[in-house]
Design a protein around this ligand. Structure first.
Ligand code: ADP
Ligand code: MG
Ligand code: MG
Length: 883
């Protein structure tokens, strides 16, 4: 087996095709090197080693040492420097990089190979003693943190103490001798903390760093990131060892990051940030304000610091060319790291750029028009869930906003919430159901859980590529970064700007599209969808086979769903209409009635209301199918709660409160989820079925006449287990139909179907299909009943299951293929065996979940039905399922 893959000097073993093995960073470097771009030479130890090492008691295969040694010598041949050479040492970085990139989550060590001798050699060879000792102390700091386990902050404290004693404010003011003294302090620190000397052998350093970087796969922030993003915990990281190049060798040196197109808007402009005379992570750390890459961007930001384009025109021109070449080669927007060492450009990383949903849409559509990619590829490039971002609100420009401060528009969308100053607080607040905005000076990977819990993120330091900005864009959360006028006082739990103070718990609103921070909860405006969105959706519609319907009960939702492209209603829950404030009293009378005559009287009054509901939905759907479910929940859900409500109802109904209480008690159930509901209600209360069916049929007749087009009505019965239940209810529905015929001389056409939401129904599907013309899978209940987990009670243990990896994902969010999915397949097979044209649909939450949609497409479904805002997500996912 081969463990080590080299790159550099215009060639490479492997490239982007070996991403699983080399990690995305290693693969990207190899690809650039093979293209002949300027990449410092190096090699990548494959992810197979990373996996083995963590699984097999932290041991390496015997051959690895020799392969690594040969590869290090190879770097030496290309650079003309030797590892450990006391005169002109080769220094390397040791970099983490998994197949799925996890920006900033794992560790990297720079400047490795420095010790008390080689630092002198570096000073002589570079002619810059200050640089050499600054590099040495950076190395000790990173190595100390990643490999030896001495926290960064301990080093930082020593450095701060030193500066304080010298009366110096900025690192820039420290001399070569100062840095040398600091190196001695750091060595002393390691001795003190660990009772070992800082390792001087470059060989030992290299293996220490390799082990440290591999182990960083398991650090807590990486684990959290993987859990949030659904990345397998077993994939492991590759390790890339690469010759150092230095952006901190004076004014003609620099380091930076760039995107080949704008990561927020998707505009076709090169965009990025850099710092002169700086090394690697200084840009993302947000400790110095980065400068714009291009003149155009500088004019826009109004910065008085020169752009790279102005400061180093020749290097910039070369860089622009490299960017264009790479983008054409990868046919995708890239995120690049580069360093300029004394005027010479070096490429250090290239990977597909994380981008906002807005930018993803625009770039995918633009690239189709530019002839770079086909339509299907564009459709594949949009993460269906990310469309949620586009449906995010913005601050209503007509609202009177009370501006508190302004920062960078780091990730679009607006959000209101109460202020919290720590990630733990944010998480706690979310658990309590509170909406919060996380306010930090800057965020680090330790804040990911808090960012996840918050509605939006506000930082007072850092640029558009700061940690907060990058992570928020990835999460699709609104973020305003670098709001520099805000002073945060953690002790007092306040932040101040312009002489005003906002306290912990106060409401604020941020708009990550404009950078505004406003006091209070400001009205937000719903988004308008762009032409790019419509274009991608049209391409998706051309590809997909599954129809997309929607679950709605109100005219407003039905209209929204139509505007998102819904092709019918897959689930209308009639009970929602009963909760209406004006009707609930009649509904309660109906339930509390003690004789069929009393009940019939209440139902007569409900009939016109229910009919009006259906008319509105039929009209909006304008000939598209509408599936209506008979009353489903247990009746006690409609009854009054608490003394006040009971008294009030008693007065209206002119009966005693005691009677109401008695009836409420009679309807109480030990386990309502499995109790008197669904078809069981329809069996006990035929009058309710009769009223509902009459309302549907009469509404369909009238609207059909008005529109001059028949209504496509589908009636479904919930919670059915046996064919006998179904036949009884269907017979009653037919009786109602006959009644309508008698009254009006005709009745509309409709389909009769059933929900499949009990394991028995799935298994007996062959029988049910004799009577039912369609199945609609109620996957929420089917998941509850298959697992025997009550969704309402799952909160107390389901998270534990997920954290312990006992379930791969929440089965109420993503369909459990092996169990619930197996039942569905059985039902599909048996149902279609009886009735080949049986119509199959889904109306549970899973109908809006991309992974589940793939399953339904594969299983031969006709449609999925989901909530209105999920319709675009479902349209896209259904197309991706066909590609
Ligand atoms: P991350 O995955 O956190 O971005 P990287 O491995 O990319 O970590 O490295 C962190 C920083 O160090 C980046 O800015 C990168 O460009 C820089 N860096 C890494 N290797 C080298 C090198 N050989 N020479 C100069 N800078 C480097
Ligand atoms: Mg890092
Ligand atoms: Mg990087």
């Amino acid at each position: 087996v081969k463990w080590v893959y080299t790159f550099g000097g215009g060639t490479a073993e492997g490239g982007i095709a070996l991403k699983e093995l080399l990690g995305s960073k290693g693969a990207g470097l190899a690809e650039m090197s093979a293209l002949g771009l300027p990449v410092p030479p190096g090699f990548t130890i494959s992810t197979a080693i990373g996996q083995r090492y963590l699984a097999n008691g932290r041991d390496f295969p015997a051959e690895l040492a020799a392969e690594v040694q040969a590869a290090v010598e190879g770097i030496g041949r290309i650079t003309g420097r030797r590892f450990g050479d006391a005169n002109d040492p080769l220094l390397v970085s040791v970099r983490s990089g998994a197949a799925v990139s996890m920006p900033g989550m794992m560790d990297t060590v720079l400047n490795l190979g420095l010790n008390d001798q080689t630092v002198e050699g570096l000073a002589r060879a570079s002619g810059d003693r200050r640089f050499a000792f600054d590099s040495y102390r950076r190395f000790m700091q990173m190595y100390g943190d990643v490999v030896l386990g001495v926290d960064q902050s301990v080093f930082e404290e020593r450095l701060e103490d030193f500066k304080l004693a010298k009366g110096v404010g900025f690192d820039e003011e420290l001399s070569a001798d100062d840095w040398q003294a600091i190196c001695d302090l750091f060595k002393g620190l390691v001795l003190e903390e660990l009772e070992i000397a800082f390792p001087q052998s470059p060989e030992e350093q290299l293996w220490g760093a390799i082990r440290g970087v591999i182990a960083s796969w398991n650090n807590p922030r990486a684990a959290v990131y993987r859990r949030i993003n659904g990345i397998s915990p077993d994939a492991g990281t590759a390790v890339t060892v690469q010759a150092m190049v230095f952006g901190n060798l004076g004014a003609t040196s620099a380091t930076g990051v760039a995107f080949t197109r704008h990561p927020s808007t998707g505009e076709k402009v090169l965009w990025g940030e850099f710092l002169p005379n700086a090394q690697g992570e200084d840009v993302v750390a947000g400790t110095r304000t980065p400068q714009d890459l291009t003149e155009a961007a500088r004019r826009e930001t109004g910065s008085d610091l020169p752009s790279l384009e102005a400061a180093m025109p020749e290097t910039f021109a070369e860089f622009r060319e490299v960017c264009e070449r790479l983008e054409r080669h990868h046919r995708d927007v890239l995120d690049l790291e580069f360093t300029v060492e004394r005027g010479r450009l070096w490429m250090l990383q290239a990977r597909p750029a994380k981008r906002t949903a807005h930018a993803a849409l625009k770039t995918a559509v633009d690239m189709v028009h530019e002839g770079l990619i086909p339509k299907a590829e564009a459709v594949m490039r949009i993460e269906p869930r990310s469309l949620d971002q586009l449906l995010h609100p913005t601050i209503d420009p007509d609202a009177a906003g009370d501006l508190f401060a302004r920062g960078l528009p780091a990730s679009p969308g607006a959000a209101s919430g109460s202020v919290v100053f720590s990630s733990d607080e944010a998480e706690l607040a979310r658990a309590q159901g509170r909406k919060v905005i996380l306010v930090r000076v800057e965020t680090s990977p330790e804040d990911v859980h808090g960012m996840h819990a918050a509605r939006g993120i506000l930082t007072t330091r850092g640029g558009m590529t700061s940690h907060a900005a990058v992570v928020a864009r990835g999460m699709g959360k609104p973020c305003v970064s670098g709001a520099g006028t805000i002073r945060v006082d953690l002790q007092a739990g306040t932040m101040t700007a312009g002489g005003r103070t906002v306290r912990r718990g106060d409401m604020i609103t941020i708009d990550g599209g404009t950078g505004q921070v406003l006091v209070g909860a400001v009205p937000l405006r719903e988004p308008k969808l762009s032409g790019d969105f419509a274009e991608i959706m049209q391409w998706a519609d051309e590809i997909r086979r599954l129809k997309i319907r929607t679950n709605v009960d109100t005219p407003a939702d039905a209209r929204a769903a139509r505007s998102f492209g819904a092709e019918g209603i897959g689930l209308c829950r009639t009970e929602h209409m009963f909760f209406d404030a004006r009707r609930i009293a009649v509904v309660r009378e109906m339930i509390l009635a003690e004789t069929p005559a009393e009940r019939a009287d209440a139902l007569t009054r409900l009939l016109p209301m229910q009919k009006a509901d259906f008319e509105a939905l039929f009209e909006i759907m304008n000939g598209l199918p509408v599936t209506i479910r008979l009353l489903d929940p247990p009746l006690h859900e409609f009854l009054p709660r608490g003394d006040a409500e009971i008294e009030e109802l008693a007065t209206i109904m002119k009966i005693s409160p005691a009677r109401i209480r008695a009836r409420t008690q009679a309807l109480a159930e030990a386990n309502p989820m499995l109790g008197h509901r669904g078809v069981r209600l329809a069996i006990s209360f035929p009058e309710i079925v009769e009223m509902q069916v009459r309302a549907m049929l009469e509404a369909a007749l009238e609207v059909g006449d008005r529109l001059g087009q028949a209504v496509e009505l589908e009636i479904m019965v919930p919670l059915v287990a046996t064919k006998a239940e179904l036949d009884l209810i269907y017979a009653r529905i037919r009786e109602s139909e006959a009644q309508v015929k008698k009254l009006h001389g005709r009745a509309p056409h409709f389909m009769l179907g059933t929900m499949i939401e009990l394991p028995r129904a799935a298994l007996a599907a062959g029988e049910l299909a004799r009577s039912a013309a369609f199945f609609s899978f109620g996957t929420n209940d089917l998941t509850q009943t298959t697992f025997g987990i009550s969704r309402d009670d799952a909160a107390t243990f389901l998270n534990t299951y997920l954290q312990m990896g006992l379930l791969p994902s929440d089965p109420f969010a993503t369909l459990d293929r092996d169990g619930v999915g197996a039942l569905i397949r059985i039902a599909v097979e048996r149902g279609r065996a009886t009735r080949p044209d049986l119509q199959l649909g889904v109306c549970g939450e899973h109908g809006g979940d991309p992974a589940s949609i793939h399953f339904f497409a594969e299983s031969g479904f006709d449609y999925v039905s989901c909530s209105p805002f999920r319709v675009p997500v479902a349209r896209l996912a259904a197309a991706q399922a066909e590609i």
